[in-house]
Structures are given as C-alpha cells and as structure tokens.
Ligand binder design. Structure first.
Ligand code: 3HC
Length: 304
C-alpha cells in the first residue's frame, strides 16, 4: 500500500485519479501505481484509455527488464502487480468519488479545464486535493472554477516527459493553497520517486521559464543562419552537458507544443518580448504539419 504520511493532520494519499490518458497522464498513472497507490485513469474514449495502457505497458516492460534482467517470470509479475493497481474509466465524475488526489493532464485549454474541475468539485470528496499538470496555464485561473474551500486544496503538480524517467516534480503554490496541502503534495511526489521543488504560480514555473527561452534562442540562431541544427545540438550536448540538444528536445516535446507555449507567453505580456520572439523555422515546420517525433518529421526526419 501507499505509505502514510508522518503527521496525523496530513492526508494519506492512497486513491488517485488521473484525468487524461495521453503521454503525461499515463506516465503519472504509472509512477503512482508503481508506488502502490490505487489509481484510476480517466479519458473520454475506450481508444484513448487503451492507448494509455499501451504506453504504460511499454514503459513498465522497460523498467522490468532492467530490474530483473534474466528472469522473464519476475518481469511479468512486476508488470502485472503494477497493472493490478490501475483501473480505467470514461466517467470522470464517478472515478473521483473516492479520490484523495485528482491530477488533470488533459488538453491545454483553460475553458475545458475549468468546466472539468467545476464538475469534479461536486463529484469528489470535500477534502480531495485537486492538481493540474498544466505547463502553460496559471493554476489560479483554473482553480477559479471551484469554490474557495477547494481553491485551498488546489495546486499545480508538474511532471516532465518522459514521466517515468524524469526525477523532478514542480509543486506550484498559488496564493490560496494551504500549507498542509502543499506538504501533502511534497510527500506524494517523494512517494512516487520524484524530487519536488516549490515554485509560485508564474509563467513556466521554473523549468519551462528557463528551458523554453533557451530553446527559442536556439531556433533563432538557426533562423539567422549562424549554425546548423546538427551543430547546435552537438554543441549543447558536448559543450554544456545536455542529454539532448535543443532541436532534438523540441522534436521530442512536439513543435506544436513549443509554439503553443511561446505564443501564449507572447500574448500574455508578462515576459520580456525579446525572450518570446517567434522563430521562422519553427513556424514553417508547424504550418507544414511537421510536429517532431510524433508526426515522423520535425527538425529531424524520423521516417526512416
Ligand atoms: N519509461 C521508463 N524508463 C525510461 C523511459 C520510459 N519511457 N525513458 C527513459 N527511461 C529511463 C531508462 O530506462 C534509463 O534508466 P536508468 O538511468 O535507470 O538506466 C534512463 O531513463 C535513461 O534512458 P536511456 O539510457 O534509454 O536513454 P538516454 O540516456 O538517452 O535518456 C532521456 C533518455 C531520459 C529522455 C534523456 O535523453 C533526457 O533526459 N532528455 C531530456 C528530456 C527533457 O528535457 N525532458 C523535459 C522536457 S520539458 C517538459 O517535459 C515540460 C513540458 O511541460 C513541455
């Protein structure tokens, strides 16, 4: 079972509902289930849920192969044990009825997230903690869809892609969230094997606020013709110790996502305009439908 927290006042997070079975959602489901939580994965269609299960199965197989190198039986037992902690549902309201924690990882659209949370507020226990995994929308704006009591139990819980491999979670503090809830989320992050850091509810939190302008500066370096895609990536890997160069990483994250985040910040007006200047190379690729690895082509070609 999930280990309980040390203080009686704090919440023992055992039942977790994740809304969204995409890359991020399924990753969060996996790490919570691996930590022994009872997890319900929710999406709007059976196809989306099946896809989430496929992603989890592939990632768990990889973890299992490393844990039990020569023992296929143990590998299978490990995967089965984790899946035993996972239920799936297309009915978000019933899926949160017993939840200690709800984490949303759906489309980055404020109105869609707000109407989801307004409904979940009525369906979930009064003391359930609500979180969004958004990387581009203010948590405070999403939480507005719920009553004041819930806003005190509403925070950002921002994981990184690939969730099973990336060790960080940003716990995003709004002005309204309580200290207890914040502590519960810190404890939960550790329980699922991550290192939490704390950040106020500002654009990009910590990682994306630094990473996205850096990546866009790389795109603009390319726009100016100062260096090639390959040379910039090689330079940042071998000269700055990055695991992936900025173009490899952009293809990995998705070029549409990169553009969406940057455009949102440019319109939001809270960030120095020079940092959020568009990139011609990126805009052209997105317009042509070249979105990175997921579409087979981005800055690099993955079709072969
Ligand atoms: N499931 C389980 N484990 C995985 C995994 C997966 N899907 N992907 C990688 N791993 C594990 C591997 O098993 C390995 O584990 P080990 O260290 O215990 O042996 C470890 O991660 C490293 O993997 P590999 O050795 O196979 O491959 P690499 O060394 O090339 O690492 C990488 C792959 C971890 C993806 C690395 O290239 C990396 O860190 N890239 C940068 C990723 C990054 O910056 N992500 C953040 C993007 S921004 C974001 O998510 C925010 C969003 O809001 C936009």
């Amino acid at each position: 079972a999930c280990f309980s927290t040390s203080t009686a006042m704090l919440k023992d997070i055992k039942n977790v509902t994740i809304i969204g079975a995409g890359l991020m959602g399924s990753g969060i489901v996996q790490v919570a289930a691996q930590a022994g939580c009872k997890v319900t994965m929710v999406d709007t269609s059976d196809a989306a849920l099946a896809n989430g299960e496929k992603i989890i199965n592939k990632s768990l197989a990889r973890v299992a192969r490393k844990k039990f190198a020569d023992d296929e039986q143990q590998q299978k037992a490990f995967v089965d044990n984790v899946f035993a902690n996972i239920a799936v549902s297309t009915d978000a309201n019933s899926a949160v009825s017993q939840a200690d924690l709800v984490v949303e990882a759906i489309v980055e659209n404020l109105d869609v997230k707000k109407s989801l949370f307004a409904a979940l507020d009525k369906a979930a226990p009064k003391d359930a903690i609500f979180c969004s995994n958004t990387s581009s929308l203010p948590i405070t704006d999403i939480a507005q869809a719920t009553p004041v009591d819930r806003q005190a139990r509403f925070a950002g819980l921002h994981f990184f892609n690939p969730v099973p491999a990336m060790k960080l979670v940003e716990v995003v503090r709004t002005d309204a969230v309580s200290d207890d809830v914040f502590q519960d989320l810190y404890d939960f992050s550790k329980k699922v094997g991550k290192t939490p850091v704390s950040c106020k509810d500002t654009p990009g939190f910590i990682v994306n606020r630094l990473l996205v302008p850096y990546m866009f500066e790389a795109f603009r370096l390319l726009d100016r013709g100062d260096a090639s895609v390959q040379d910039i990536d090689t330079a940042m890997k071998l000269g700055a110790g990055m695991p992936m160069g900025p173009f490899e990483l952009a293809d990995f994250v998705g070029l549409d996502t990169m553009k969406f985040i940057n455009d949102g910040w440019a319109q939001g007006g809270k960030i120095e305009p020079a940092l959020v200047q568009a990139s011609k190379a990126l805009d052209e690729l997105v317009q042509q439908g070249h979105l990175g690895r997921k579409s087979g082509k981005g800055f690099y070609d993955y079709s072969k």
